[in-house]
Design a protein around this ligand. Structure first.
Ligand code: FAD
Length: 117
């Protein structure tokens, strides 16, 4: 079933890219409402993830390591950590979270600084 495995991996890569970009763009000083939005989003994301067995595993990870949403830095760090938990489960190498930096720059900085596109 190589086709299935390839499709699952491709969905995973696209999703992680999006997932980490959401964290990288989360406000540095989020309001209570923004924190609650991210927390809810992560739980719904886990429930609705299209690969059923992945969704099940990921929800178990969330129970063990609840989303951390107090700031952009904390959320991005938590996202990196939880992805590493999935990496470990799949026997993939651990990603160095100190290297997150500009890794998930979406080119959306103009939203913040009025920078030209
Ligand atoms: P990926 O893990 O897809 O990572 C993509 C890129 O992100 C890497 O190349 C690297 O540049 C970067 N990266 C790696 N680790 C981190 C990190 N910790 N923080 C930030 N960036 C990082 N597959 C299964 O077979 N079984 C499952 O149960 C399963 N559960 C999943 C649950 C979720 C929520 C998601 C999103 C995916 C899941 N997958 C699962 C897919 C799996 O995680 C991979 O996406 C897929 O196997 C492709 O792996 P990859 O080696 O290309 O790198």
């Amino acid at each position: 079933k190589l086709g299935n495995a390839t499709a699952k991996a491709e969905l995973g890569r696209a999703t992680w890219k999006y997932f980490h970009t959401v964290m990288a763009r989360f406000p540095e000083k989020p309001t209570e409402d923004q924190q609650e939005a991210l927390r809810s989003y992560i739980h719904l994301f886990a429930r609705l993830y299209p690969c059923g067995e992945c969704a099940e595993h990921f929800q178990q990870h969330l129970t063990k390591y609840p989303p951390q949403v107090s700031s952009r830095k904390v959320a991005a760090g938590w996202g990196c950590f939880i992805h590493n938990e999935v990496n470990a489960m799949l026997e993939k190498p651990e990603f160095d979270c100190s290297k997150l930096g500009a890794y998930y720059d979406c080119g959306c900085a103009e939203d913040e600084e009025g920078e030209d596109e």
